[in-house]
Design a protein around this ligand. Structure first.
Ligand code: HEM
Length: 146
């Protein structure tokens, strides 16, 4: 019963994290088109900072804490889920998603300092990466093909 509650909150945290990870690069795409110093550009800075600080960062921490708790509580009393290949593969992909999160934070800071180095096309391509990782992670967690 406790396990099911933790899983429910794990999924809620995942939804919040993913919502932010899919929306932030979209904001970067629009931000590229806004002139530096314009009112629009300043609005994007506030939206990006709030999205990262209020939603994406806490949701990532909650996803990790609840996911690791579930992993410890898994079916094997000694190893939990940790000796299952699906979880090992999932952790590698979630580490990649977390690294991308770190890059988003770096790019947000660059936009905040009017020092963005990347093109609109770059952010359009990057926008697809969290989607791809999410599809693979959910298949590993639900279907457990490994
Ligand atoms: C941060 C590291 C993570 C760990 C250690 C972790 C671990 C786990 C564990 C042990 C379960 C329980 C599986 C079961 O009871 O069958 C679970 C469920 C789940 N996780 Fe994660 N998870 C993490 C991150 C994520 C992420 C980033 C996503 C999605 C993008 C995700 C999506 C899911 C889903 C959809 C379930 C429900 C699976 C089911 O009940 O069939 N998890 N997770």
């Amino acid at each position: 019963m406790l396990y099911a509650w933790i899983k429910a909150f794990h999924i809620i945290a995942v939804i919040a994290w993913m919502a932010g990870m899919l929306y932030l690069p979209r904001l970067f795409v629009y931000h590229c088109a806004a002139e530096k110093g314009s009112a629009q550009s300043e609005t994007f800075k506030v939206m990006e900072r709030r999205l990262l600080r209020a939603i994406i960062n806490p949701a990532m921490i909650a996803t990790w804490l609840l996911g690791l708790t579930l992993a410890w509580m898994g079916p094997d009393s000694r190893y939990g889920w940790f000796d299952s290949p699906w979880l090992q593969g999932k952790i590698v992909l979630v580490l990649a998603l977390s690294a991308l999160h770190g890059l988003f934070a770096r790019w947000m800071k660059a936009f905040a300092a009017d020092a963005n180095q990347h093109s609109q096309k770059f952010y359009r391509i990057i926008n697809e990466v969290p989607t791809l990782l999410m599809i693979l992670i959910v298949i590993l967690a639900v279907v457990k093909p490994l």
